[in-house]
Each structure stands twice: as C-alpha cells, then as structure tokens.
Design a binder for this molecule. Sequence first.
Ligand SMILES: O=C(C1CCC1)N1C[C@@H]2C[C@H]3C[C@@H](O)[C@@H](O)[C@]2(C1)O3
Length: 130
Amino acid sequence: AKYESNVFRELRIFLRDVINRLMSDRKFCCFVKPVNLDEVTDYLDVVTTPMDFSTIADKIDDGSYTSAAQFVADIQIIVNNALKYNPVSDPLSKAVRHRAFMLKDTVDSIIDKELDSDFEKTCEELKESR
Ligand SMILES: O=C(C1CCC1)N1C[C@@H]2C[C@H]3C[C@@H](O)[C@@H](O)[C@]2(C1)O3
C-alpha cells in the first residue's frame, strides 16, 4: 500500500544515485552500454545474460528491483560476463578483468557504507509479502 510504495520509492532513489555514480566513473566506462553484438559477433556464444549499467538504470525506473540485493546481483552478472568473455592474459583482457574486480568491490563498499541494513531488511520483507 502507501507504506510499501514509499519504501520502494526510497530504494529507487538510492539505487539511481549508485548507478549514476558508477556511470560517471571513467574507469567503468566499458560497462555503461550493452556490448555491441554487431561488433562482438561471438559474444552470445559465450555470455548467456548480457548486462550493463544502462540496462540496470532502466530496470530501476521500471520498478524491477524490490531490494538492493537484486541490484547487486545484476552488477555481479556484469562482473561474471566480463571475466568469462575476457579470460586470456593479453593486456586488454587483463585490464577488463581488473575493472570488473574493481566494480564488484566498489559496489560492495558503497552498499556496506551507505545502505541501512534495517532498510534492506524491510525491502526484503515487503518483497516476500507481495
Ligand atoms: O566484454 C566486453 C566489455 C568489456 C566489459 C564489457 N567486451 C567484449 C569485447 C572484448 C574487449 C575488447 C573489445 O573487443 C570490446 O568490444 C570488448 C567489449 O571488450
């Protein structure tokens, strides 16, 4: 009801702030848009669930996330995809993998510092009550 919509509205505001900060961080520029499937023609042979920051931003606005944990799970998909498609030790792949690891630690740190655990618990409980 009203209370629920206020909680999920506050979650959207928090998640928009986080994704906006990630999108404006130059070291994460490779994660902003979907991998170009016209350019990377074998990408879907390797990666089953593409994910990127702009898709996450759309999902926030669609109300797809009813907890921060669901948001972090999509960030993890970005990380796992980057590690899976860019495994070799050539310099470009190593740079991509390093950024993927940086992304995960950056998001985990933001969540630990800035997301109230009671608020996240309320989101999880409201999600179950749906
Ligand atoms: O995995 C990715 C993105 C980086 C994190 C997501 N890509 C697959 C290609 C391999 C590597 C070099 C370019 O070929 C560029 O097209 C991509 C894009 O980076």
